[in-house]
Write a protein that binds this ligand. Structure first.
Ligand code: C5P
Length: 227
């Protein structure tokens, strides 16, 4: 049986990938399946935490025993996480949040112009960086864990990207993983480096998404008990 080292803790996890609508039938999305975030929610639950899972378009089954909030767009995810983060001990931003959304959402399905074979230009606007907003707001007593999915092949540069990202967003921990066409998303295994607040490596994890989840939570538990 698991050690209940998160008993009495409230953990919020975002998982999946946002979808930004263009019209009633189309969206801009990404390849995040939600597996790693769901694995973290499940692992936190097993370890005794009370877990809120903010789920954006999951391709995996909802985990049992979590308070589930379903969202689709970045703006919906932002509202849900802001509300859930109040008084939380830990917020894990595992969701892949779209950096941009269409400037306007067409009420009718966008049609191609039958009179021309020209392309179509979409105008996009920036979404808020939700993790950075949380990181730069007062968040005493709430440990913030971010993720970075990068395609950088060089391990050293990957680590530097992760460190820079942790600092820019003012997260307490940042889990970096290299993704590509065949790894990271939708797979059952993952390899993650957890960067600590002093830029040191808190953990190097690889294995199933469940074992990576527990490895990340081991770092979280040690930070909570030293706070
Ligand atoms: O900047 P990048 O998208 O690589 O950062 C990834 C981290 O930031 C993840 O933890 C993700 O959930 C979060 N993020 C966010 N809001 C955005 C983009 C990313 O909270 N608009």
């Amino acid at each position: 049986s698991p050690v209940l080292d998160l008993a009495g803790r409230r953990v919020v996890v975002t998982a999946g990938g946002t979808r930004e609508p263009l019209d009633p039938v189309r969206f801009l999305g990404n390849r995040s399946s939600g597996k790693q975030g769901v694995a973290i929610a499940e692992a936190a639950r097993e370890r005794g935490a009370s877990v809120t899972l903010i789920a954006a378009n999951l391709e995996v089954a909802d985990p049992a025993g979590c308070d589930l909030r379903t969202v689709s767009t970045a703006l919906e995810l932002r509202d849900a996480v802001r509300e859930a983060a109040v008084g939380a001990d830990v917020v894990v931003m595992a969701a892949a949040v779209a950096d941009y959304r269409p400037a306007t959402v067409s009420e009718a399905k966008i049609k191609k112009d039958p009179g021309s074979d020209e392309g179509l230009t979409l105008e996009l606007v920036r979404n808020p960086d939700i993790l950075a907003e949380l990181g730069h707001a007062a968040h005493d007593g709430t440990l913030l864990v971010g993720f970075a999915a990068e395609t950088e092949p060089d391990a050293g540069r990957l680590l530097e990207l992760g460190r820079a990202k942790r600092r820019a967003k003012n997260a307490d921990l940042l889990a970096v993983n290299r993704v590509g066409w065949a790894s990271g998303f939708a797979t059952d295994d993952n390899a993650v480096t957890v960067i600590d607040g002093d830029d040191t490596i808190a953990a190097e994890l690889h294995g199933t998404k469940s074992s990576v989840a527990h490895g990340i939570l081991n770092v979280v538990v040690s930070k909570l008990s030293s706070a």
